[in-house]
Design a protein around this ligand. Structure first.
Ligand code: FAD
Length: 384
């Protein structure tokens, strides 16, 4: 394919749009095309787990239309157009609207919500929320209802629990784990978060997986492995996200958890790059905003003729559970070490140090979240 074909970005989430913006700061002329399966509206995805408490409809969370973005970026934006295949040899992608040629292709296809086996049969009764369209659908499904059962006690399940409970819903969380955010938080910190959510009215059913989910009344009837029944007028599935790697995999591009890229954001196929939730840099598959912003700046330089390499400093995560403010920096750089917990009640501090006393991670709750800047200075970079 000739180099007069556009730079093509697959995806108009924060990764796709941030890359386009960074690229246009460096190159105002090169033809640029973005393609998306959704309506291409620009929005900040983190806002969808605080939308109920703020009383926001999906349309109110959208910040710009695809048309406005196209004009601002001097780009063509193809909406409602699903990419169904990649052909790296001829530098073309296949879409539901026909073929598109590219000079360089950037995969910014995000991540998909894992689906429970009952989701299809249960339809609107059991939804997941991973984009603005999902949020609109969930708001419509829950209208007139007063209680929600959330399956999953991870970061996103807890954020939705806080948001829905703060908006007046009765919320129950069902999870096989014994604590919230297992794998991310030490138990003492998880306990503070749980207590904060319980004080808001959230109830937990921990330690039992889901055996079955059936329709019940207007909502769902969840049977846990020990036979306990949990009923709710609306189900919300929050059991994790999987990087959108299928197109790359089918095209023979190297994938692991996500689409594998080097520090220049290059995949194993020539002229194809990846960033955002779909990408894995080195062995890091980091599905949040700070890493994709850093990647967008580096990739924009390289697509504009530069030769930049990505590095990551520490990137702590602020979890949106105002019932118990929480910031956590997982100890990704540690090969060994342990947590030390101090503080009490809602205000707790967990520090992860190795044998030499080097700090590798922390988790802070309540009033102690203010210590994060000082602790950040002591953390080693995640990818020097
Ligand atoms: P997405 O936003 O998922 O965009 C993917 C794009 O690819 C979409 O335009 C989609 O239509 C398109 N696409 C996919 N497949 C195809 C195809 N085959 N054909 C055409 N188009 C396709 N991060 C934080 O840092 N802080 C937070 O507080 C935070 N809160 C969050 C709360 C929630 C509820 C969720 C779900 C995530 C949160 N995150 C947060 C994570 C953060 O929002 C994501 O890391 C980020 O938005 C990912 O952007 P992306 O562009 O990679 O993916």
């Amino acid at each position: 394919m000739s180099d007069s074909a556009p730079l093509l970005i697959l995806g108009t989430g924060l990764a796709g749009y941030n890359l386009a913006r960074e690229f246009r700061k460096l190159d105002t002329e090169r033809p640029l095309c973005l393609v998306t399966a959704d309506d291409g509206r620009f929005y900040s995805k983190p806002m969808i787990s605080t939308g109920f408490a703020k009383g926001k409809e999906a349309d109110e969370l959208a910040m710009q239309s695809a048309e406005a973005m196209a004009e601002q970026l001097n780009a063509e934006i193809l909406t409602q157009t699903r990419v169904t295949g990649l052909d790296p040899a001829t530098r073309r992608v296949l879409t539901t609207q026909g073929q598109l040629a590219y000079s360089d292709l950037v995969l910014a296809s995000g991540a998909e919500a894992r689906r429970l086996p009952w989701a299809e049969v249960l339809g609107e009764r059991l939804l997941s929320i991973n984009d603005l369209g999902d949020y609109a659908r969930f708001r419509a499904a829950v209208a007139g209802k007063s209680d929600v059962v959330i399956i999953g006690a991870g970061l996103i399940g807890c954020e939705y629990a806080n948001d829905l409970a703060a908006a007046g819903f009765s919320v129950r969380i069902v999870a096989p784990d014994t604590q919230v955010m297992a794998g991310l938080l030490p138990p003492e910190i998880a306990e503070a978060v749980r207590a904060g959510l319980e004080a808001l009215g959230v109830r937990f059913h921990f330690g039992q997986g889901v055996r079955d989910i059936q329709p019940g009344g207007a909502g769902i009837r969840v049977t846990l492995e020990d036979g306990t029944l949990v009923e709710g007028q609306q189900g919300l599935s929050a059991i994790g996200l999987v990087p959108g790697r299928a197109l790359a995999e089918q095209a023979g591009i190297d994938v692991a958890h996500g689409i594998k890229v080097d520090r220049r954001l290059r995949t194993s196929a020539e002229h194809i790059f990846a960033l955002g939730d779909c990408a894995e840099v080195g062995s890091l598959s980091l599905m949040y905003v700070m890493p994709l912003m850093a990647a967008a700046r580096v990739l924009a330089q390289n697509l504009a003729g530069g030769d930049a390499e990505l590095s990551y400093g520490p990137m702590p995560i602020t979890v949106k559970t105002p019932a118990c403010p929480l910031v956590v920096s997982p100890p990704l750089t540690a090969t060994s070490g342990s947590w030390t917990i101090t503080g009490e009640g809602a205000d707790r501090r967990a520090l992860f140090k190795d044998e030499s006393g080097q700090l590798h991670g922390y988790a802070l709750t309540g009033a102690l979240v203010s210590e994060k800047l000082q602790l950040n200075r002591q953390l080693p970079p995640w990818m020097p």
